[in-house]
Design a binder for this molecule. Structure first.
Ligand SMILES: [Zn+2]
Length: 106
């Protein structure tokens, strides 16, 4: 399976109620402290074990035909070619879905 490129880093907020090391306090209307958030660096990477799913959807007016989820890109594309040959429909929405792991950077 092809590498999807370098991991992306970012920051995510964690709800750490009653954790006094938090940096920000979200107060509700009563002005009582409700949530404390701590921000930590995270990285997101493609998860090969989740696989990749390929789908094609015909977007011709009132058609609604779709390839269904396929494990191989060619299977979704072949479906679109066959559908176009039968119907003359020539515009498809293609969807590629992968999975990703988010892990905290210590
Ligand atoms: Zn169609």
């Amino acid at each position: 399976m092809a590498d999807s490129g370098p991991p992306v880093t970012g920051t995510a907020a964690h709800d750490v109620k009653r954790d006094r090391v938090g940096l920000a306090i979200d107060q509700e209307a009563s002005r009582k402290p409700r949530h404390i958030f701590r921000f930590a660096d995270h990285v997101i990477r493609h998860a090969a074990e989740g696989g990749i799913i390929y789908e094609a959807f015909c977007v011709a007016y009132e058609c609604g035909a779709e390839s269904g989820p396929q494990d191989e890109q060619n299977a979704a594309q072949d479906w679109a070619l066959r559908h176009s040959g039968r119907t003359g429909h020539d515009l498809f929405r293609r969807v590629v879905t992968d999975h990703a792991h988010v892990t905290r950077v210590e």
